[in-house]
Design a protein around this ligand. Structure first.
Ligand code: GLY
Length: 264
């Protein structure tokens, strides 16, 4: 049976810290409200559980305001996990804090040791390759180190470009199934998905390109009805989760979890 990169049994999440207002952001849209972001986080965990996942909820790390965005700390593959090296200096310690929580699930854990850096938000894994977007958070040296580790596990890494002004590659795209990608028109126009079927976000709804396919469910942020309708019409089971507070600090559906099937 093929391994599909949307079929998982487990997720690791981390609850938002009270310092979340210090989270990084490209544009000031006001601070997230702690009570609301905590409630939204609970909705997100429930959506994962309803999609069949066992969810590990880690406590917040108050010294790391962006710590709930655990996806940037590690890449989980069928062969093992790779502890990443975030490009944002204020986030670098989040990766080493994640490493012990991967140990119960993976017998093989590799580490990006640097000097390069790579964040999980720039990595899209499909059945046939790993696309890594070079960005302000992910550089050529980080991609080169990731490529060596992934190659030893049988994966082909393809470097692509995160559009200027876009935080992460996956800010603008998501895997919907083994050959279908949800992408913004901007990213799709770059041609990086030429070998895939692409569904573009609806006009004015580019901010919902960061969704996650988890087993039979596509979890996407609430408030993007045209794109949700497009996906539903294409046969996807869509569940929406409130994300207004995370969005203020550039956080989306993929950022909030590591999704995997343990090797142990
Ligand atoms: N606030 C998410 C990030 O910039 O990493």
């Amino acid at each position: 049976m093929p391994y599909y990169f949307y079929q998982f049994t487990h997720a690791i999440t981390r609850r938002p810290p009270t310092t979340i207002c210090d989270g990084l952001r490209a544009v000031d849209q006001g601070n997230p409200d702690f009570a609301r972001i905590s409630a939204h986080h609970g909705e997100y965990i429930a959506a994962l559980q309803n999609a069949g996942m066992t969810v590990v909820e880690l406590p917040p790390l108050e010294q790391f305001p962006d710590c709930c965005f655990v996806e940037d700390t590690a890449l989980c593959l069928p062969q093992g996990a790779i502890v990443l090296r975030p490009g944002a200096v204020t986030r670098r310690g989040e990766a080493s804090a994640m490493a012990p929580h991967l140990a119960p699930f993976f017998d093989d854990i590799a580490v990006i040791s640097g000097p390069g850096f790579v964040e999980g938000g720039d990595i899209l894994v499909t059945e046939r390759e790993i696309l890594v977007g070079r960005s302000a958070r992910t550089d050529a040296a980080g991609i080169a180190e990731l490529t060596q580790i992934a190659k030893a596990w049988g994966h082909h890494v393809r470097e692509v470009i995160t559009p200027p002004g876009v935080l992460h590659f996956k800010t603008d795209c998501s895997l919907l199934d083994h050959q279908t990608i949800l992408a913004t028109p901007l990213l799709n126009a770059s041609g990086c998905f030429a070998d895939y079927t692409v569904i573009e976000t609806a006009d004015g709804e580019e901010a919902c390109a960061n969704a996650i396919r988890v087993n039979d469910t596509v979890i996407m942020p609430a408030g993007f009805p045209k794109t949700a309708d497009i996906l539903a019409a294409r046969g996807y089971h869509v569940v929406t989760v409130n994300n207004s507070e995370c969005a203020k600090i550039d956080g989306g559906m993929s950022c909030l979890s590591l999704r995997f099937t343990p090797t142990l």
